[in-house]
Structures are given as structure tokens and as C-alpha cells.
Design a protein around this ligand. Sequence first.
Ligand code: ADP
Ligand code: MG
Length: 275
Amino acid sequence: APLLANRYLITKRIGSGNFGTAFLVTDKKEINEKDKMKVLKQITVGPLDPGETVDAMQEAKLLAQMRHKNIVQFHQSFLDGHFFCIIIEYCEGGDLECKLKDQKKLNQLIPEAQVIKWIKQLLKALEYMHRKRILHRDLKTRNIFLKDNEIKVGDFGISRILLGASDKASTFVGTPYYMSPEVLKHEQYDEKCDIWSLGCVLYEICCLEHAFEGTTLMSVMMKIVSDHTPQLNKSYSRALNNILSRMLDRNPENRHTAAAILQHVMFEKPNGAIP
Ligand code: ADP
Ligand code: MG
């Protein structure tokens, strides 16, 4: 296997997504066996001009300073030929998309107490990054990982690194299912777009299907901008449904912030246990 930055040894390819390819790597500098396992994300960027490289590097440095137990730790970034590489924490528990698919196959709903625990951790991750004025912009079940049954949000701020760093990034529209109406309509947007996406994730955790589903990109987009607000399955409480409506408010000004939603009694108890 090839050596990258003389430090990371590629073990295997994990998968690929919108931006590039993810690999499991061994960090030779770590002593502890578990710490050695990290993820390398190789992002294809066109030839970068020096200014763009500096911008991307500065963004990456900023992200490396972020620390939160519910956020996938960003370790390092470097350029390797035409690849912009980032090294991040490895989450061996897999992503939430897979978890929910398994759950659906078993025909088993996620208990409300578990939903609340996860949503609380997701809100904490968003609140932390939003306080630092960093948006996710691509929050989806595939970017949410489980590590020892704790939520870890991945790819936070990555869209910002890539902003202007490649043609792909400027035309990048994220995954349509989780896209907020204001982003779809190319209106101004802020951290509230992540809250919309979180609402879509909450719905998906409870209903095991997309909040806005359709057979074509256009039909998904039409549902997002229509005035229909999805409701949770009867097995979930009214309180949880209310939280969902606050997240899926089409007007970003009325949509609640992560900090505000965390004030709800539902999230008061440690780990979000129902009183
Ligand atoms: P996307 O977010 O568009 O799916 P990624 O490159 O982020 O694309 O992810 C590709 C695959 O690698 C996904 O299946 C994801 O579950 C996996 N993956 C990404 N980051 C990690 C990580 N830190 N730990 C474990 N698996 C990861
Ligand atoms: Mg991802």
C-alpha cells in the first residue's frame, strides 16, 4: 500500500461519496493500537491556485481546533498531488443510514428514549459548531456515526473547506432529501439550514424512511417547498412531534436554533432520559 505524507498507511477503502473516497489508514505515529486507526478522505480537487490552497488549508486548521465528543475529530489535512487529503477520527460503529436500514429490515422501530438520546447529542454537536459560526450544510444519516452508541457527526465544515476550492464544490448541492427550502430556492441561508436537515434526520430515525420522498429529484424538491409538514408515527409522543415541527418550519426565521430546542424539558435529564 502507498505511503501518504510518510505517516499514513492505507489499510482498506471504506467507500466514496459526493466529495471523494474514504480509506481506513494506520497512523504510524500513534502508539496505542486503537488510536492508530484513522480515516483518510481523499477529495478530488482540480488544480488549485495558490490562493485557494491557502484558504482551504486555513479552513482545515480551524476545523482541527474544534473539539466535541459528538463531532468526528478532524486531525490533519495536506495536499497530495491533485488530492486534498484530510485525516479524521475513525468511527467503527458505522453510519446511521446503515443502522436505520437494518432496523427497517427487522421491522423494528427505535424506542423514543433512544431517539431523544440521539437527537440531544445531535443538537449538542450543532449548537457547538453554530456557536463557532460553522455550518454543516450536508447533515444526513450517512454523515452521522455511532461510536459506542454515541453520536458522532462527520463532515462538519467540509463544505466550507471546499467552497471555492474546486468547481465541484461550487456546484455542489448536497443530498436533496435533507435540503432546506431556502437552500433549494437559492435564498440566503444560515445555521437554520442544518436544523431543517436535523428535522429530516429525526423523521427518518422514527419512521425509517425519508421525510421528503419522491421518485425523481424534482418530486423530492416539490415536496420540500410544498406546505405539507410530515408527522411522526403514532408510537411517538406529541412532544417529539412538536420538536419535529419546530425543526421543519419552512420559514428559517421561525425555525428554532439548536440552543433553543435544547431548552425543552425533553432534553433536561442527563442523556435525555424521559422523566
Ligand atoms: P458521503 O458523506 O457523501 O457518504 P464520505 O466520503 O463522507 O461520503 O463517506 C463514504 C463512506 O465512508 C460512507 O459509507 C461512510 O459511512 C464512510 N465513512 C466516512 N467517514 C467515516 C469515518 N470517520 N469513520 C467510518 N466510516 C466513515
Ligand atoms: Mg460523509
